[in-house]
Structure formats: structure tokens, C-alpha cells
Design a protein around this ligand. Structure first.
Ligand code: HEC
Length: 132
């Protein structure tokens, strides 16, 4: 009974979301970046350079497209979101390269630190660009 209720709540939530302004490509782009980040973390924890390498490559490939989902011009938040996304992507790419360089040297703390810097970039954009 409880399960059925939960499922119906979830289903109506999904239907509701679909009637709203869903943009599957953007969601896919974000979901791919989430997977890339998870892979990088997995590589750290299993101490597997190839997994880190794949995650970094995935992240760099996906973050390139993020700006393509942004509207031209200045948004409600008074920021040029496209330009902002472009800069964020460049910074994330730089930190991603740095993860690989430091991890290859065995400097895992710096690698983890760069990972954290990327994560804060993800979060700061989420806070800034809600109205894109
Ligand atoms: C340039 C801005 C920007 C950057 C940078 C950014 N995001 Fe997002 N992200 C968004 C926006 C806006 C949404 C909300 C999407 C929506 O509601 O359509 C979002 C949503 C998400 C979601 C939820 C998607 C869903 O299905 O609800 C995930 C997961 C996510 N981002 C992961 C990441 C990760 C990981 C990074 C960093 C590697 C990142 N994002 C960087 C703007 C950004």
C-alpha cells in the first residue's frame, strides 16, 4: 500500500516535470558530468589511473557542450550565462587536466583537491544559473 502510494507520487512527479520546461539534452549533459565525476572518484578510491583517466576524458568531453544550452544575452540573474558557462567550462577543464597530472605523480591530495575545486564549480553554477 505504502509502496503503491510512493510509486504514484513518483510517477506524477515525473509527469509533472515533463509538462514543465524539461530539456532532456541539458539533463543528459549534466547526468554525463555526474557520471564522469563519480568515475574520477572511483579511480581515486581504487587507485586506478585508467579509471581516473577515463573520468577526466569524459568530463572534458561533456563540459564542452554545457554552454550550448545557455541562452544568449544577460539572464534574470544579470549575468551573461553563456559567457559564464564558457568560463566555467574552461576552468573545469584546467582542473581536470591537473587531476591527471597530479595523480600520475602520486600526489593524491592535490588530485583530490582539484576534484573538489571542480565540484565547487558545479555547485556555484547551479546556484548562479537557475534562471537560464
Ligand atoms: C554553466 C552552468 C553549470 C555548470 C558548470 C554545471 N551545471 Fe549542472 N546544472 C546546471 C543547471 C542550470 C541545472 C538544472 C537543469 C535543469 O533543471 O534543466 C543543472 C543540473 C545538474 C544535475 C541534475 C540534473 C537532473 O536531471 O536533475 C546534475 C546531476 C548536474 N547538474 C551535475 C553537474 C556536474 C557534475 C557539474 C560539474 C562537473 C555541473 N553540473 C556543472 C548548470 C550547470
Amino acid at each position: 500500500m505504502k509502496k503503491a502510494l510512493l510509486i504514484s507520487v513518483l510517477v506524477s512527479g515525473v509527469l509533472f516535470a515533463q509538462q514543465q520546461h524539461i530539456q532532456p539534452d541539458r539533463m543528459k549533459n549534466m547526468a554525463d558530468m555526474e557520471v564522469a565525476m563519480a568515475n574520477i572518484q572511483k579511480g581515486f578510491l581504487y587507485n586506478n589511473i585508467n579509471v581516473v583517466k577515463n573520468g577526466v576524458a569524459q568530463l572534458k568531453e561533456t563540459v564542452k557542450f554545457t554552454e550550448s544550452f545557455m541562452k544568449e544575452g544577460v539572464g534574470e540573474n544579470k549575468i551573461n550565462n553563456k559567457m559564464y558557462a564558457h568560463q566555467e567550462a574552461a576552468t573545469i577543464t584546467k582542473y581536470a587536466d591537473e587531476i591527471l597530472v597530479t595523480f600520475e605523480k602520486g600526489d593524491r591530495y592535490s588530485a583530490a583537491n582539484n576534484y573538489l575545486l571542480i565540484l565547487s564549480k558545479c555547485l556555484s553554477c547551479h546556484q548562479t544559473v537557475r534562471s537560464w
